[in-house]
Design a protein around this ligand. Structure first.
Ligand code: IMP
Ligand code: MG
Length: 182
């Protein structure tokens, strides 16, 4: 696909995202007031949402990153989630919040949560900017959701197409001139 020749349809504007992240940060700050919050961000897709979200959190927060295998250049998940870079510590006493850009099949979030549970955290919850519930292959409802979106391949604000477009400050869907989605 030559993305440059397609129509970019904005799904979540910069303003929408900013406002929603503010709300999520406020809610998380309330919910984790007397806890020991440890945000674990799933690279690469969530680097932007994490950077914006943690700056809206007003309680003490420890931040770390994990890398999981992603779709690569394809739009379909292989169904196998690989932990590429792990958290190298015991999570005893921490209230973990796993942050990702999007939950699609939910295979990533589910396997990351199962993996982190073995490190003995006090609690584990999930936070995603975008949720595509129609695409589920395993049962999972993220605890904090920015936007619930239809089954469309989205790009921008951390989400890639190929190796590009993660830096676009809004979320968009790519459509053909005749309005057919890619
Ligand atoms: P899941 O394991 O199917 O839930 O997918 C999780 C990962 O797939 C996300 O962290 C994204 O990196 C990637 N992904 C899923 N849907 C999209 C999309 O619409 N655009 C870009 N990346 C996506
Ligand atoms: Mg990802």
């Amino acid at each position: 696909m030559d993305i440059e020749k397609k129509v970019w349809e904005v799904l979540c504007s910069e303003e929408d995202i900013k406002n929603r992240i503010k709300e999520l940060g406020k809610q998380i700050s309330i919910d984790y007031k007397d806890k020991n919050l440890y945000v674990i961000s799933l690279l690469k897709g969530s680097f932007i949402v994490t950077a914006d979200l943690v700056r809206e959190i007003t309680v003490p927060v420890k931040i770390n990153f994990m890398t999981t295998s992603s779709y690569g250049h394809s739009e379909e998940s292989s169904g196998v989630v690989k932990i590429v870079t792990d958290i190298d510590e015991d999570l005893t006493g921490y209230d973990v919040l796993v942050v990702d850009d999007i939950t699609d099949s939910a295979l990533t979030m589910k396997s990351v949560i199962e993996h982190l549970e073995k490190k003995n955290p006090n609690s584990i919850k999930s936070c995603v900017l975008l949720d595509k519930p129609e695409r589920r292959r395993v049962e999972l409802v993220p605890d904090y959701i920015g936007f619930t979106i239809p089954d469309k391949f989205v790009v921008g604000y951390g989400l890639n197409y190929g190796d590009y477009y993660r830096n676009i400050p809004y979320v968009f869907v790519v459509t053909d001139k005749d309005r057919e989605e890619v």
